[in-house]
Design a protein around this ligand. Structure first.
Ligand SMILES: Cc1cc2nc3c(=O)[nH]c(=O)nc-3n(C[C@H](O)[C@H](O)[C@H](O)COP(=O)(O)OP(=O)(O)OC[C@H]3O[C@@H](n4cnc5c(N)ncnc54)[C@H](O)[C@@H]3O)c2cc1C
Length: 634
C-alpha cells in the first residue's frame, strides 16, 4: 500500500536536507525575476542560509547542533573541560534567546538604563526560540510561514504586554485589518477531512466538513463517505445532529466536576454516543492545541479547544466558539510571533535592520553579522549552550559552550529564560525543593512542518483551505495565505507558490502512559525521526489529498521545513493528571524563585504556553533582580 520514495518524488532535487544551507539562491539560478516579484526583501539575490537562518530548510526547530551539548550535560552528566575566561563583563547575561529572554533584555534596559551591557546566549542558530520564521523564495515571490508560535491572543494580554507592543509599534487593530487566514474559515476554500489510504484502505477527501463545525447541509451524506464502519458513521450522524443537555437537572458545580474528571474521548463515548472507532477520530484534533491527544485531556479542557461538546451541554452551537475553525480572537504576523522576536532584537540592536519598523518588518532582512559586535551594549550570541550559572561574590558567572570551546563570562545579573527542566543542571546549588519543582515542568512536544507548493491550483480546484487528517502524524493541515501585515501580502486569489503547514504532535494514542511519560516518549521519538520520515509523511498526505485535482507530488513540492519541538509548549496543569496546589505552592511558583543574582523567566515560569506569558514572566524576573551595591570590576 505504501508508495515508494521514487513515486513520492523523494529522489527529486528539491530544497530538502538543508540544500539551501550554504548556497546562495543566486548561484542556484533562483534569483527572482525583476519586476515580477511581490514581497521582495532587500538584497534577495544574496540570500543564503549560510548567513541568514530564516531561509534554511530541512530539519529546523530543534536542529542538529542545537541540543547535543545540553543532552550531554543533562542525560549523560558529562564533565566539561575547565572554562577559559573571556575578557568580557556584563551587567546582565540572559540564558535563552526566545521571546522571554529577549523581553528580559528589553525590560532590563528599561529598568537599569540604555548603557547596561547585556549578553544573550542562545543554543540555536537563530534567535526567537519557538518564535521561528520560515522564509521561502523557491517559487519566486517570498513566502512566509511560522515554525512555532503564531497567535497573538490579544484578549488575554496584560496591560504591560499591551504597553510593550505599543512601544514596538504594533497595533492590534491594524493587524486585524490584514488578517484573513483564520484556520480554514478564511475568505476562500473550506475545511475538509482527509482519510488516507495507508490508515483507512483508500484516500478519501470530504470537502466542506470539519470536526469542529461539522457541516450545515448534507451532513449525513458527508459522513456516509467516511471510510469507517457503518455503526461509527451512524453514531457520528446522530452526534452532530443532537442538541440537548446531557446533564439536565445537575448543578453547575456537579457539571464542572463531571467534565473535569472524564477525558474528552470517554465523554464522546459515554455521553456523545460515539463508537470507539468514531471517538478515536477526534484524538489528534487536540495535538496542536495541547501537545497530547483528546484521550489525555478532560472534557472541560476540550471546551477551550473548541471541539464539539457544547451542543450536548444545552447550547445550539457545537463548540464554545460558535463551531468554527477560526482559532478564536487572535491576530497574526505573517511569520507568526517571530515578528515580536525580530522587533525586540531590532530595538536592542538597531544595526541589524536599519529602517525596519512595524510597517515593513516582514520584508526586512536582518544582518546576523551585527548580532554580536564587540563594543555593542547588547550582544546576542547564537550556537552557545550554557552549561553552568553560579552566584559569585560580585555577581555571577556563566559558562557556555560555543563551537566546542568552553567559555566563561562574568556578570552582575543573570536571567534564566531557558527550559526549567534544564535549570537544576545549570545551577546545581539551587535548593533541592526548587530543583524538584523545576523538574516538574516537562514541555509538550509539537510539530510544525511547512511545505512550499509550486502553486495553489489543485488546492483551489478542490476548494480547500485546511484539512483534518485523523490517521496521520500531523493531525491538521492549513493553507497559509491571507496574513497581510507588516508590509507582507499573500492574497487568497494569488495562485502562485503557497506554503502548506502541517501541524500536530507525536503523542502516543491511548497508550496507558501518564501524560508526562507520553511527553518523554515523544521527545525521544522526535529526535530519532529523520528528515526523510517527515518528508515521506507530508508527501504521502499531499499526494493522496491533492493528486485527483492535478497535483504532481514528484514535481510540485518546492521545499520542506520541519520545525520539530521536542520541548514545545510549557507544561500547564491538567485536570486528569495534576493535583490542585494552594496559592504560592504550585511547582512553577517554587521553580521561578530568584536565587541571589539569578532570576528565572520563560513561559515555564507561568506554567502556561503563551507568548504573552513568556513576556510577562520576563518582566517579573527582571523586577526581582536586586540593585546590588557591588559593581563588577571592569
Ligand atoms: C509550535 C508552537 C506553537 C505555539 N503557538 C503559540 C501561539 O499561537 N500563541 C502563543 O501565545 N503561544 C504559542 N506557543 C507558546 C509560545 O511559543 C511560548 O510560550 C513562547 O514562545 C515561549 O518563549 P520562551 O522564551 O519562554 O521559551 P522558548 O521559546 O523555548 O525560548 C527559550 C530558548 O532558550 C534556549 N535554551 C534552552 N536552554 C539553553 C541553554 N542551556 N543555553 C542557551 N540557550 C538555551 C532554547 O533553545 C530556546 O531557544 C507555541 C509554542 C510552540 C512550541
Amino acid at each position: 500500500m505504501k508508495k515508494s520514495g521514487r513515486e513520492l518524488g523523494m529522489d527529486r532535487e528539491i530544497t530538502r536536507r538543508d540544500f539551501i544551507h550554504d548556497v546562495s539562491l543566486a548561484s542556484l539560478g533562483l534569483a527572482l525575476p525583476a519586476g515580477a516579484v511581490a514581497n521582495k526583501p532587500a538584497e534577495t539575490s544574496a540570500l543564503s542560509g549560510a548567513n541568514y537562518p530564516p531561509v534554511r530548510t530541512g530539519m529546523r526547530g530543534s536542529h542538529a547542533g542545537a541540543f547535543e551539548v545540553a543532552h550531554a550535560l543533562v542525560l549523560n552528566g558529562k564533565p566539561f573541560p575547565a572554562p577559559a575566561d573571556l575578557d568580557e563583563a556584563y551587567d546582565l547575561v540572559v540564558v535563552g534567546g526566545g521571546i522571554s529572554g529577549l523581553a528580559a533584555a528589553y525590560y532590563y534596559r528599561k529598568r537599569f538604563g540604555p548603557d547596561a551591557r547585556i549578553l544573550i546566549l542562545e543554543n540555536h542558530d537563530d534567535f526567537g526560540g519557538h518564535a521561528k520564521r520560515n522564509e521561502f523564495h523557491q517559487g519566486g515571490s517570498m513566502r512566509l510561514s511560522w515554525g512555532g508560535t503564531m497567535n497573538l491572543e490579544y484578549p488575554l494580554f496584560s496591560d504591560e504586554m499591551n504597553e510593550l507592543l505599543g512601544e514596538l509599534g504594533v497595533d492590534i487593530d491594524t493587524l486585524l485589518e490584514g488578517y484573513q487566514f483564520r484556520y480554514g474559515s478564511g475568505p476562500k476554500g473550506k475545511h475538509a477531512m482527509f482519510f488516507d489510504a495507508e490508515t483507512y484502505g483508500r484516500d478519501v477527501l470530504i470537502p466542506d466538513f470539519s470536526f469542529r463545525a461539522g457541516r450545515e447541509t448534507d451532513l449525513d451524506e458527508a459522513i456516509d463517505r467516511f471510510p469507517v464502519s457503518k455503526a461509527s458513521r451512524e453514531s457520528l450522524k446522530k452526534f452532530y445532529a443532537r442538541r440537548e443537555n446531557v446533564f439536565a437537572g445537575k448543578s453547575e458545580h456537579e457539571v464542572k466536576k463531571l467534565l473535569s474528571s472524564i477525558s474528552y474521548t470517554d465523554f464522546l463515548k459515554k455521553y456523545g454516543g460515539l463508537t470507539d472507532e468514531a471517538a478515536d477520530l477526534f484524538i489528534r484534533v487536540t495535538h496542536g492545541y495541547a501537545g497530547v491527544g483528546a484521550d489525555s485531556l478532560s472534557a472541560a479542557e476540550c471546551i477551550g479547544a473548541s471541539v464539539p461538546i457544547m451542543h450536548l451541554l444545552g447550547s445550539r452551537h457545537l463548540s464554545g466558539s460558535g463551531a468554527t475553525d477560526a482559532g478564536g480572537d487572535v491576530a497574526m504576523f505573517p511569520d507568526g510571533n517571530s515578528s515580536i522576536a525580530r522587533l525586540l532584537v531590532r530595538a536592542l540592536i538597531p544595526g541589524v535592520a536599519p529602517g525596519a519598523d512595524a510597517s515593513n518588518l516582514a520584508l526586512a532582512r536582518f544582518d546576523y553579522a551585527k548580532l554580536d559586535e564587540p563594543g555593542a551594549p547588547v550582544r546576542l550570541r547564537l550556537e552557545s549552550t550554557v552549561i553552568n550559572v553560579a552566584n559569585q561574590e560580585r555577581g555571577a558567572s556563566v559558562t557556555y559552550v560555543n563551537e566546542g570551546r568552553v567559555l566563561r563570562v562574568n556578570t552582575k545579573h543573570v536571567v534564566l529564560a531557558c527550559y526549567h527542566t534544564m535549570i537544576p543542571h545549570l545551577c546545581p546549588e539551587l535548593p533541592e525543593e526548587q530543583k524538584e519543582a523545576q523538574k516538574y515542568q516537562v514541555k509538550r512536544p509539537l510539530l510544525v512542518t511547512n511545505v512550499l507548493l509550486r502553486d495553489s491550483k489543485a488546492i483551489d480546484k478542490l476548494g480547500l483551505s485546511g484539512a483534518y487528517c485523523p490517521g496521520r502524524l500531523h493531525g491538521a493541515v492549513w493553507v497559509i495565505k491571507g496574513v497581510n501585515t507588516l508590509g507582507y501580502r499573500h492574497d487568497w486569489d494569488d495562485t502562485g507558490a503557497v506554503p502548506v503547514m502541517f501541524w500536530g504532535s507525536v503523542a502516543p494514542p491511548d497508550s496507558g502512559m501518564s501524560v508526562k511519560e507520553q511527553h518523554r516518549a515523544s521527545h525521544a521519538l522526535l529526535l530519532t525521526m529523520t528528515f526523510e520520515d517527515f518528508e515521506r509523511e507530508v508527501r504521502t498526505v499531499l499526494d493522496g489529498m491533492l493528486s485527483p485535482a492535478g497535483f504532481d507530488v514528484r514535481k510540485d513540492v518546492l521545499a520542506i521545513t520541519v520545525n520539530r519541538w521536542p520541548h514545545g509548549y510549557a507544561y500547564g496543569y491538567l485536570d486528569l493528571w495534576d493535583p490542585e496546589w494552594p496559592e504560592g505552592e504550585a511547582p512553577h511558583e517554587i521553580a521561578r524563585r530568584p536565587f541571589g543574582n539569578i532570576a528565572i523567566a520563560n513561559a515555564d515560569a507561568g506554567a502556561d504556553a503563551y507568548t504573552h506569558v513568556a513576556i510577562d514572566e520576563a518582566l517579573r524576573a527582571v523586577g526581582e533582580l536586586q540593585r546590588r551595591p557591588m559593581e563588577l570590576d571592569r
